[in-house]
Design a protein around this ligand. Structure first.
Ligand SMILES: NC(=O)c1ccc[n+]([C@@H]2O[C@H](COP(=O)([O-])OP(=O)(O)OC[C@H]3O[C@@H](n4cnc5c(N)ncnc54)[C@H](O)[C@@H]3O)[C@@H](O)[C@H]2O)c1
Length: 391
């Protein structure tokens, strides 16, 4: 399967629904060896999808917490070795692929160690916490010659791809303004404890956790123009309130990240990006995702496009500036496939066939630069510039 999910024969909807139902063909070659670092919730989704594949085997899993890797292996029926850290796992195994499923703060460390030791990495989103980490990860991927992809599964959705197609077709004319973001009304993520809200483990809050999806949705559609400057704002009033946490008022003291972020970003090519994201707010949505072009505008319905999914038909509109007449056209909505399977399958195929990965670090570093810019700017209380090395 091609990594960009080019669809043979055209009709995406029937292609994806067949792919989702179809069992993989038996495989007689050498299976690729996979390791899992971090045994929390998202690691379960990686394992579920790897287990559907005939050409890979999970040989080892690791977690820092005593007994967690063993419990995880039992839960998913894995007959594999277990370790207490990413280093132990990589030092003791001969791996082709590792899934980095740790909390944000250790994405960079685990990814760089794996790449430098010759292992291809599927790292979960957000790429990392700081721009320095993102630069080091991108360099490690380049210098090692190994593959690195970031876990943006919405990229595998045909609606997500259709958005890019429309924006890139030129139908909108020159795009000069984009509004995006949204988020949850009361969704500070604490079902499994405090790893998403403690600055020691998460490093960043809503801005990285779900903000990275909205940013990828629009930046991917625009062709990932370079971010130049950012003016950012962060808030933490819901996160710091003990009443937010049913049964766990003590989590409020642990809260060390943001529960709301906003940013005004100037992009290369004279485009400005107006972004906001929330884990909690007193409103169901701050609005749709909008692309303003000189010929047409495009509306992506708000809920829940902040997470990269497009649940309702997108709409193009044009206003005749002489008569004021508005013309609207809906864009066909495709059924969404199992994007988690496609994310992992695409990465395995890219490693096996030496083809491009779906979310390469050279693109996602811009996503991370915006997140880092928002955090820096919010701390300084003024606009900041973004400077990135050439790769
Ligand atoms: N793509 C998605 O849809 C999606 C969904 C949920 C979470 N995520 C991302 O996945 C990551 C993990 O989320 P989660 O909910 O599974 O978190 P979690 O906190 O439940 O699990 C992370 C685990 O990693 C372990 N860990 C940390 N550093 C380690 C190291 N160096 N070696 C071994 N183990 C280590 C921790 O002990 C912990 O058990 C986050 O960055 C999150 O943003 C992605």
């Amino acid at each position: 399967m091609a990594n960009d999910l080019a669809v043979p024969g055209g009709d995406k909807q029937s292609f994806f629904s067949k792919l989702f139902k179809k069992k993989e063909k038996p495989f007689t070659g050498e299976k690729m060896k996979v390791g899992i670092i971090g045994c929390g919730w998202i690691a379960g989704s990686h394992v579920t999808e790897y287990k559907k594949m005939n050409d890979v085997e999970i040989v080892a899993v690791a977690d820092l917490v005593e007994g967690k890797a063993e419990k995880f292996a039992r839960k998913y029926g894995l007959k594999c070795r277990t370790y207490r850290s990413h280093k132990e796992l990589i030092d003791n195994e001969k791996l082709d692929i590792v899934s980095v499923c740790t909390y944000n703060k250790t994405h960079a460390e685990c990814t760089i160690y794996a790449l430098n030791n010759g292992v291809n990495v599927m790292c979960e989103k957000p790429m990392c916490v700081t721009i320095e980490e993102a630069i080091a990860m991108t360099k490690a991927a380049k210098e090692s010659g190994k593959k690195l992809s970031i876990g943006f599964q919405p990229r595998m959705d045909p609606n997500f791809q259709e958005l890019k197609k429309v924006v890139q077709s030129g139908e909108l004319g020159k795009v000069y303004y984009v509004q995006t973001g949204g988020g949850r009304t009361n969704g500070i993520p604490t079902p499994f404890g405090t790893s998403f809200i403690d600055s020691e483990t998460a490093g960043i809050g809503a801005v990285g956790d779900i903000g990275c999806y909205s940013l990828d949705l629009v930046m991917n559609a625009l062709g990932y123009p370079k971010p130049l400057t950012v003016s950012g704002y962060l808030n933490d009033s819901f996160g710091k309130d003990p009443k937010t946490y049913i049964g766990h008022p003590e989590y409020a003291d642990k809260f060390g990240v943001d529960d709301f972020a906003a940013g005004f970003i100037r992009l290369e090519g004279g485009i400005c990006l107006d972004f906001r994201i929330a884990w909690a707010m007193n409103l169901n949505t701050p609005g749709d995702t909008l692309f303003f072009g000189t010929k047409k505008a495009l509306r992506v319905p708000s809920t829940p496009c902040w997470n990269g999914s497009i649940p309702k038909a997108m709409e193009l509109s044009r206003v005749n500036q002489t008569t004021g007449l508005i013309t609207k056209k809906k864009i066909k909505k495709f059924a969404s496939p199992n994007v988690f399977y496609l994310k992992i399958r695409g990465f395995v195929d890219a490693v096996r066939n030496n083809t491009d990965v779906s979310a390469p670090p050279e693109q996602i570093i811009y996503n991370q630069a915006i997140i880092d810019g928002i955090v820096r700017s919010a701390k300084l209380g003024k606009e900041v510039e973004i400077e990135l090395p050439e790769f």
